[in-house]
Design a protein around this ligand. Structure first.
Ligand SMILES: [Zn+2]
Length: 263
């Protein structure tokens, strides 16, 4: 199948490339995601549908890498939209950047609030099943985006950039407290916070994004298992609030409510 995926935020021409996806790559996609038919991706249509501003790629990204990231990330977006009950995922401002804005080191992904960009870094190209890791982090970074959108753009009286940074349990904006209250609760659990050894891991912003990522994943596994292949992680790691407690304390449903109230 011939597929062409190019930046949507710049004029076309220079970066335009058209390549066949190899039979080996298509076989990998069918096996990993149990897809019977590998379809063309219409990037412009997806951007419009989910109200994104655009998608950009690193120049060194092959068409197969572009296809893989878009295929997987837009399946995650499709699932988030279903949970949210709305296709407005990007508020018309969110840019998805794939393999273009690496910040070095082992960072697989990050959210840049200044430009409203979610960057998914390019992984190692040893094997299809291993080389594209940044795409697993989209949901985490999306948690940062809606947290920032609520704190900076929606709640005009909040003196923080991110809603999760609110420390007042009686804050009058209840959408903001939807972000901050679960963070305050899980940070009162010492059996969890003992794993958070750096100021970055301890920050409300990071605790919220990890809780968002893990809680959404559990909710998908329980209520939308058709998407399981796109939410493969299990979150037993110490820096994530443990799955057993997320389920016991109902954070999966609380976080889905946060997603529904966002934007
Ligand atoms: Zn983060």
């Amino acid at each position: 199948m011939i597929q062409k995926l190019v930046d949507t935020t710049v004029s076309k021409g220079r970066a335009e490339r058209e390549l066949d996806l190899s039979p080996r790559f298509e076989k990998f996609l069918r096996k990993k995601f149990k897809e019977t038919e590998i379809k063309q991706i219409d990037l412009e249509a997806l951007i419009k549908k989910y109200h994104l501003k655009g998608v950009v790629f690193g120049n060194y990204m092959s068409q197969e890498e572009r296809y893989f990231y878009c295929f997987k990330t837009f399946k995650q977006i499709e699932c988030l939209a279903k949970l949210k009950g709305s296709n407005d995922i990007g508020a018309g401002i969110l840019i998805l950047s794939i393999g273009a804005h690496g910040i070095g080191g082992n960072v697989l992904a990050h959210f840049s609030p200044r430009e409203n960009i979610i960057n998914l870094s390019r992984g190692r190209k040893d094997d299809y099943s291993d080389f594209m890791k940044g795409e697993n982090s989209f949901v985490h970074e999306y948690g940062h985006f809606i947290d920032f959108y609520q704190g900076r753009m929606k709640d005009k009286t909040l003196m923080h950039n991110f809603a999760s940074e609110n420390k007042n349990p009686d804050w009058k904006n209840q959408i903001t407290t939807g972000f901050s209250a679960p963070v305050i609760e899980v940070k009162s659990d010492e059996s969890y916070t003992k794993h958070l050894r750096t100021p970055y891991l301890k920050s409300n912003i990071e605790v919220f994004a990890r809780l968002f990522e893990a809680a959404i994943t559990h909710y998908v596994h329980a209520h939308a298992p058709a998407y399981n292949a796109f939410f493969p992680r299990t979150y037993t790691e110490g820096i994530y609030y443990p799955k057993s407690k997320i389920l016991k304390k109902g954070y999966d449903k609380k976080i889905v409510s946060v997603l529904r109230s966002s934007l």
